[in-house]
Design a protein around this ligand. Structure first.
Ligand SMILES: [Zn+2]
Length: 171
């Protein structure tokens, strides 16, 4: 279905996710009981991401319920996460635009890397359905979110001078 949902972990910047986890942990009361029988890193990450998202909904003004959550709200969430990003995305006027290894610092903003967002959406989409959401209305699988991710991929790959191309490119 979606070729990126399971294959993007190699692009994941683990740094970015440290901040997600911290957010989730600070938001919920008591840290999750991470026993010795931890399911898997993916499952743990998915649960933390889900908690972060639910926390985001709770703090939203006006408050949002999961049932009324749309693709637009998911995009809002992704933009909100950008403030915790650690990936430099050069603007068009930056001399290092398209430069994979800039020789000097620049004031361009830090964002969530596309690979991180893409993997995050994959986990949240699964979590939504595991938590009782209907696949037909899954906001994480919405067209708006897919288009947004595609755009972020293009923008970041150009700005950072890196290629996110998959070898498998059909059509
Ligand atoms: Zn720059």
């Amino acid at each position: 279905m979606d070729p990126y949902s399971h294959t993007t972990h190699n692009f994941t910047s683990h740094q970015d996710f440290t901040s997600f986890s911290t957010l989730a942990a600070s938001g919920s009361s008591g840290s999750p009981a991470v026993s010795t029988s931890t399911p898997s890193r993916y499952e743990n990450q998915k649960r933390r991401d889900w908690n972060t998202f639910c926390q985001y909904l709770k703090n939203h003004h006006p408050p949002l319920f999961l049932s009324q959550c749309s693709g637009a709200n998911v995009l809002e969430f992704l933009c909100y996460l950008d403030q915790f990003g650690k990936t430099k995305v050069h603007t068009l006027i930056c001399p290092f635009y398209g430069h994979p290894n800039p020789p000097a610092p620049c004031p361009c903003p830090l964002r969530q890397a596309w690979g991180s967002l893409d993997a995050l959406i994959g986990r949240l989409r699964a979590a939504y359905e595991e938590n009782g959401g209907a696949p037909e209305v899954n906001p994480f699988g919405s067209r708006a979110v897919k288009l947004y991710l595609r755009e972020i991929r293009d923008v970041q790959s150009k700005a950072r001078g890196v290629s996110y191309e998959k070898k498998k490119r059909k059509r």
